[in-house]
Design a protein around this ligand. Sequence first.
Ligand code: ATP
Length: 368
Amino acid sequence: MTGQGDSGSVEIEIRDLSKVFGQGAAAFRALNTINLEIRTGEFFTLLGPSGCGKTTLLRVIAGFEQPSAGSLRINGKEVAGLGPNARPVNTVFQNYALFPHMTVAQNIGFGLKMLGRPRAEVEATTAEMLALVKMEAMAGRKPSEISGGQQQRVALARALAPRPRVLLLDEPLSALDLKLRKEMQSELKRLQSETGITFIFVTHDQEEALTMSDRIAVMSAGNILQLGTPNDIYHAPSERFVADFIGDTNFLDLPVASVSGDSAGVTLPGGKAATARLPAGMLPVLGEKVTTVIRPEQAQMVEPGAGDLDGVVENAVFFGTDTHVHLRLDDGQPFILRRQNSAETAEPVAGTRMGLRLSPGALRVLKG
Ligand code: ATP
């Protein structure tokens, strides 16, 4: 089972799509004029907090919900108005939804049987899918006789068996424990690259999104706030919500001393000068404060006075591979620093004064 088309071409094209639930005073806009293109063969993730509309968008793509306005094309064909069975997509749900009375193999072959495919084809595809998810040895067992992770593999195999162009995955790993979830994350990546199918994955887990996706759409209150690669989203968040939602971060409100091209000269607490990248099109006012973002691993501990900033350690939290040091800067703003540990590094002690050196390019100005 290989590629489904030219990777890089547009698989899903969403234009001005809105979804309103209810009517009149009770109307609720769950999706607000969404514009989005998902490429063929991409591992695409919809990421956002509970209630942001990510499941609604997935259900609209699947055909379980119809949009209130706008268009939705899959592989060039308008599908708004069509039901789930008339679309080249399949969905994997969080709760697996396997048939309890059927064996693993019967579950996997069920969709193909319903489509009226010849018995030989159903058997051959079932065998292929069992091998793909490494469940050949358990083909004859019932769902109650296999583990949660194995049930999830069967649910994946069942959804992949009819060879959909697009596989929709609605928080498929959230019922698994942490270790199994990590295993299934790499399993999903492997399945996606081996099948070449476009995967659209819904999660509220930022780490899962960062480690698995080719691109991520960060959603909030029915809107897509930012669309980009995991690297873009992590290192160049466009606004405060995105920066805050994706990993630990520091926000520093700093006065602007100069503006040149796509960067601003800012004054750090303590008076030293630094440069911060500006978002496209933003022209800050000289003397006024902007909100800047800096990731905790983009500052190094140095002797007091030897860096760009100074502060006092409030507490340090040991995580094994690294330690998170919570500081209070001299102007009162909080700052978290993440330090990589080795057997020799001593834990910072509360009350200690220390300097911080910022990595080049670490400071970025946020839009809002
Ligand atoms: P979660 O991670 O909690 O599943 P989500 O981001 O997937 O959240 P959605 O399920 O898409 O969120 O819901 C978005 C908003 O739309 C929520 O406020 C929800 O209450 C509302 N909503 C969803 N389905 C309906 C419905 N059938 N009728 C009315 N409101 C709905």
